[in-house]
Write a protein that binds this ligand. Structure first.
Ligand code: UDX
Length: 431
């Protein structure tokens, strides 16, 4: 099939490359010339495992090309919309500027029978509104949310754990089935529904995941006041298959380009439709999440005798999670910035996210490697659980720092081993 993908960020670029590798002929469109130049040269403009290989392979076969010129979508029957829906500047609600611009840009190039497929995360009601713009061209709209996780984006796109089609016709279902034929195994669940449900599936899934993380982080707060261990608590309740152990890792909290802004946009949308009370708990979810960052900062001050001012603090990790260079709403970066704001002498390092972090916060000091980051540290904060941090050897690391004090913001180190090697160990929600 011939298809276009409008928006080549974390979602769109992976989707375009994955569709090409499933055998389709794909053109990816983005307004950012630098991004398009990089993708057209077969280079990923951000860190995502597996993406560079797909780009090179599809670039060579000619299945995949990129352009800044939206008129090149003409003659491609399927058009995916994968642009961002960031948080609005006023803080409330999703900014739909890019979605609206993408649809407006597409309209003159649509032909009767084309299928426009929304993948961006949008407030419920958006698809209905966009359909009124698209249908007069003779094209049709489907809403097909994307559940990919950064770091696993290629796998999640090529082997989705479920497909959701928000549609108005059987023809749209048939076309989407054809699009995903190579991605679907015989037992991939596929939910065919209306626009509103499809939009809400994505919003509800992210709200649930965020709530699960904040639930365990709330238990961490209780554990901190009672001497209990939240990691053992999570293991124990996670054995109940109705609960499950995944997304019960207490720590410095969730971040990234999805969960934080999606729960805020959901709360804002619920207010708009007069249902604010239904998801009022999401404000609590957000508040608990942000309190965890403060807890890490308080622990740093505590281990340093009451103040971080002019004390040498190492922050390991800047990305919002491992296997990503994404610093959007990153708890790790926020902790580094806040400590710097308190006058601490912060040196930060991350295997992939230093360039992005430096561009956003040039005031911070960045090491060029883990050894340089650790040298002279009076306190080390593990803020993103990259494997190279989890695997640090407590004995040799103790020899590198000025004072062996570690705050394990992700609860991934073995407290006994680190204490045995002479470290003062502080986790979150752990005695
Ligand atoms: C998320 C959803 O998982 C994905 O389905 C959706 O399409 C987009 O949003 P992503 O933002 O890539 O994906 O990251 P995810 O792996 O969900 O992690 C989100 C944040 O939660 C990270 O900051 C992570 O560190 C944190 N987290 C996750 C925890 O703090 N504890 C956990 O137990 C799990």
């Amino acid at each position: 099939m011939k298809m276009s993908v409008i928006g080549c960020g974390y979602l769109g670029a992976v989707h375009a490359a994955a569709m090409a590798s499933l055998g389709h002929e794909v053109v990816g469109i983005d307004v950012d010339p630098a991004k398009i130049e990089s993708l057209a040269a077969g280079k990923a403009p951000f860190y995502e495992p597996g993406l560079p290989e797909l780009l090179t392979e599809n670039h060579e076969t000619g299945q995949l090309r990129f352009s800044t010129d939206v008129s090149e979508v003409k003659g491609y029957g399927i058009h995916f919309i994968g642009v961002g829906t960031p948080q609005r500047r006023d803080g409330a609600g999703a900014d739909l500027t890019y979605v609206d611009a993408a649809v407006e840009g597409l309209l003159p190039h649509l032909s009767p029978g084309d299928l426009v497929v929304g993948k961006s995360t949008v407030p419920v009601g958006t698809a209905e509104r966009l359909a009124t713009l698209i249908e007069p061209t003779g094209a049709e709209l489907a809403w097909n949310p994307e559940f990919l996780r950064e770091g696993f984006a290629v796998k999640d796109t090529i082997e989705p754990d479920r497909l959701v089609y928000g549609v108005r016709s059987q023809r749209a279902v048939d076309l989407l089935d054809e699009v995903y034929a190579q991605a679907m195994s015989h037992d991939t669940p596929r939910i065919v529904t209306d626009y509103a449900t499809a939009e809400l599936v994505k919003t509800a899934a992210n709200a649930f995941l965020a709530t699960k993380i904040s639930f365990i982080n709330a238990m961490a707060e209780i554990a901190e006041s009672t001497g209990a261990d939240v990691t053992q608590l999570a293991d124990a309740i996670g054995h109940d298959v109705r609960i499950g152990r995944k997304f019960l890792n207490a720590g410095v909290g969730f971040g990234g380009g999805c969960l934080p802004k999606d729960i805020r946009a959901f709360a804002a949308r619920a207010e708009e439709i007069g249902r604010g009370e239904s998801v009022a708990f999401l404000k609590e979810v957000d508040a608990i999440n942000l309190r965890r960052r403060q807890r890490v900062i308080d622990l740093v001050k505590e281990v340093l005798g009451g103040s971080a001012y002019q004390r040498r603090v190492t922050v390991l990790g800047l990305a919002f999670k491992p296997d990503s260079d994404d610093i959007r709403d990153s708890p790790a970066l926020d902790v580094a910035v806040q400590l710097h704001g308190l006058g601490a002498d912060v040196v930060a390092w991350d295997p992939q996210a230093v360039d992005n972090a430096r561009a956003a916060h040039p005031q911070l000091a960045f090491a060029s490697g883990i050894d340089e980051a650790l040298e002279g540290a009076e306190a080390v904060v593990l803020a993103t659980e990259w494997p190279q941090f989890r695997d640090l050897d407590p004995a040799s690391t103790a020899a590198q720092v000025a004072s062996p004090v570690v705050i394990d913001g992700r609860n991934v180190l073995d407290p006994e081993a680190w204490r045995a090697a002479g470290w003062t160990y502080r986790g979150l929600g752990r005695p």
